[in-house]
Ligand binder design. Structure first.
Ligand code: ADP
Length: 478
């Protein structure tokens, strides 16, 4: 592979280009009109405009991307995450046109893209699963009986669901029918597939996922866990590796189970097997994501392995150059997703212009960003603008580093999840490691927000510095 096209935008496109450059691989960026001056476009060796701003007219237009890739003599296409990354038809189109899809085979994408098909595929392997139905609900009466057997609360889930969407908690049997109707119509409108099933709602679970790497020579390895329990709307905001609560034995067991899931679908490439861990440390398979995850950097920080580089080498047919026993956990890493959202207003999108954007730097601080100062955050795409990642010897030191980095971060013009990061990193439950996916609902209450998020003093200092700098420029002060 000498030249790749990155079918994505923002921080992940920048991230992939960086590794391609390190490996001496030429890069082609794609962009929509509004992204014409974005960092990923400026960084790549070549760039092509796909068209109008809506994703359907640009980053999701697979045929156009293939056409441009062929015209420019590209050997491989990296889909990043989101957009076309889990689209088996696109992966096939890439291969039918004589290029390499930097991701797994189509069968793995199809199987793992459906939560029900995924459960079926792994059922032969004795992998623990959340109690529930293993097929889509067609008969509501029978589903209700099943729910009574499992015991309320239960969760109705869309088989084709993703991104935390298409889930409804049902507290008791009286509201079963109503929630079912809502879940089916939501699944239909969001995913074009109304198949839903039920699962036991695990109370106080932790979200623990395992990074796997598989090559085309039949090797399946795991790169330990990431804990992603700090979520809003069932979507992750803060991730860490390793988890504060896994013993070496449990880690090894979950890691082995994850590689079995990978084996079950003949997986090739980098993937993530997600589990829920209950209060008694029982773990249950949730789903597998057949792509690079947003939170992959925390794994890179603790293992020293460049996952994008491994993806490319595996796509070229190479064997993974290390074995399971060569891998070790070095220190602790945390990631804060910086969303253009207002945490005080229920994490509502808060787009606008990045008036000031001076990220922190220094030892153990990494910033993966798709934006620079002066840019507008477009409404067309995901509101995540950057990821702040820190690494240190211990969890305590990593928390301290994260707080210092947030403090140092100068960001004006839009509301973001930076102050939320500060709230979490100083909260006794998070600091002690005693938390679960209910953290936000339990602790991020209106009263707590008021107390912790009043950050005016810091903002005032940043604004004063910014104005001073701008005035000095205008006045040409040496
Ligand atoms: P998606 O594909 O939409 O991301 P997942 O199945 O991965 O959906 O679940 C996302 C999150 O939803 C989990 O991290 C967890 O917080 C919550 N969740 C999912 N299934 C359950 C369950 N059975 N019990 C409790 N929480 C759940």
């Amino acid at each position: 592979m000498k030249k790749i096209l990155i079918a994505n935008r923002g921080e992940i496109a920048v991230r992939i280009i960086r590794t391609a450059q390190k490996m001496g691989i030429e890069t082609v960026a794609v962009y929509s009109n509004i992204d014409r001056d974005a960092p990923h476009v400026l960084m790549a060796d070549q760039a092509v405009c796909l068209g109008d701003n809506p994703s359907s007219a640009s980053y999701l237009d697979g045929e156009k991307i293939i056409k441009e890739a062929k015209r420019l003599g590209v050997d491989g296409i990296h889909p990043g995450y989101g957009f076309l990354s889990e689209n088996a038809a696109f992966a096939k189109l890439v291969e039918d046109n004589g290029m390499i899809f930097i991701g797994p085979n189509q069968r793995a994408i199809v199987t793992m893209g459906s939560k029900l098909a995924a459960k079926e595929a792994v059922s032969k392997y004795n992998i623990p699963m959340v109690p529930g139905m293993d097929r889509a609900i067609t008969d509501i009466k029978r589903a209700k009986e099943h729910a009574l057997d499992i015991g309320f609360p239960i969760l109705i889930k869309a088989s084709a669901g993703g991104g935390g969407k298409g889930m409804r908690i049902v507290e008791n049997s009286e509201e079963f029918e109503e929630q079912m109707d809502r879940a089916v119509s939501e699944a239909l409108s969001a995913f074009g597939d109304g198949s839903v099933f039920i699962e036991k709602y695990i109370t106080k679970p932790r979200h623990i996922e395992i990074q796997v790497l598989s090559d085309s020579h039949g090797n399946h390895l795991h790169l330990f866990e990431r804990e992603c329990s700090i979520q809003r709307r069932h979507q992750k905001v803060i991730e860490e590796a390793p988890s504060a609560v896994l013993s070496p034995e449990l880690r090894a067991k979950m890691g082995k189970t994850a590689t079995e899931v990978a084996k079950a679908c003949d997986y090739v490439g980098a993937g993530t097997v997600e589990f829920l861990l209950d209060e008694h440390k029982n773990f249950y398979f949730l789903e597998m994501n057949t792509r690079l995850q947003v939170e992959h950097p925390v794994t890179e920080m603790i293992t020293g392995i460049d996952l994008v580089e491994q993806q490319m080498l595996i796509a070229m047919g190479r064997e993974i150059p290390f074995r399971q026993e060569d891998l070790n956990i070095d220190g602790h890493a945390l990631e804060l997703r910086i969303y253009a959202e207002d945490p005080e207003d229920n994490f509502a999108p808060n787009i606008g212009k990045l008036e000031r954007f001076v990220p922190p730097s220094g030892e153990g601080v990494r910033l993966d960003s798709g934006y620079v100062e002066g840019m507008d955050i477009p409404i067309f795409y995901d509101p995540m603008i950057a990821k702040l990642i820190v690494h240190a010897k211990t969890r305590r030191a990593a928390l301290k580093r994260l707080l210092e980095a947030i403090d140092e971060f100068e960001l004006l013009g839009i509301k973001t999840t930076l102050p939320f990061g500060q709230f979490v990193a100083t909260h006794p439950a998070f600091v002690s490691g005693d938390f679960d996916t209910g953290f936000v609902a339990r602790y991020f209450t209106p009263k707590a927000k008021k107390k912790h998020l009043r950050n005016e003093a810091k903002l005032a200092v940043q604004l004063a510095n910014y104005l001073l700098e701008r005035n000095e420029k205008v006045l040409k002060v040496p």
